[in-house]
Design a protein around this ligand. Structure first.
Ligand SMILES: CC(C)(COP(=O)(O)OP(=O)(O)OC[C@H]1O[C@@H](n2cnc3c(N)ncnc32)[C@H](O)[C@@H]1OP(=O)(O)O)[C@@H](O)C(=O)NCCC(=O)NCCS
Length: 155
């Protein structure tokens, strides 16, 4: 597996991964209305591209194909963490998270934090994250449950 910075021009591919992860994996924990609000088919491409760029998004590639993406903000916040549904449960998420932990260590970031879906919560818990708060977040007029989770890192 290769983990690399995303390149300008692959934003639509990253959105397809996001859409696949939400509709193909998170579908076991959220209603159709919640999934539609979270990852609608129609989206603002300019806004999405801006977010990918600003986040300094990282891409995981398997056999030359982008299959997952994430990011690490200077504060230690992880904004997005998505694995395309057909590539789930193969260790891609684990490899991405280990990569982020190494980056955090290099940057002397002491705490990782993310707002994590119900689907991703067991995965983050397995990797040492603990729930700080449980949240009900309005997204496009629909309430979505998530949890703010964090993990301290040894500096
Ligand atoms: C949560 C998510 C990122 C995990 O990614 P992943 O690539 O499936 O993660 P991994 O494969 O490293 O580990 C996932 C599970 O598969 C298991 N697994 C890993 N490799 C495996 C393999 N070869 N065969 C079977 N199971 C495997 C792991 O033990 C782990 O089990 P657990 O969930 O009981 O802890 C992914 O499921 C996802 O994108 N979910 C939907 C979107 C979402 O909620 N994103 C987060 C928003 S904050």
């Amino acid at each position: 597996m290769l983990i690399r910075p995303y390149s300008t021009g692959e934003e639509a591919q990253l959105h397809a991964i996001f859409h696949s992860a939400v509709h193909g994996l998170a579908c076991r924990d959220y209603t159709a209305a919640q999934l539609h609000a979270w990852a609608p088919q129609d989206y603002d491409g300019a806004l999405w591209s801006q977010r990918m760029r600003a986040n300094q998004t990282l891409v995981a590639e398997l056999d030359g194909r982008a299959v997952a993406f994430t990011d690490l903000q200077p504060s230690g916040y992880i904004d997005m963490f998505f694995v395309a549904a057909p590539y789930a449960r193969r260790g891609v998420g684990g490899a991405l998270l280990r990569h982020i932990m190494e980056m955090a260590h290099t940057r002397a970031i002491g705490v990782l934090r993310s707002d994590v879906s119900l689907t991703a919560e067991p995965f983050f818990a397995r990797h040492g994250f603990r729930v700080e708060t449980r949240n009900l977040v309005p997204v496009r007029g629909v309430a979505l449950e998530n949890a703010t989770m964090s993990r301290m890192l040894a500096l």
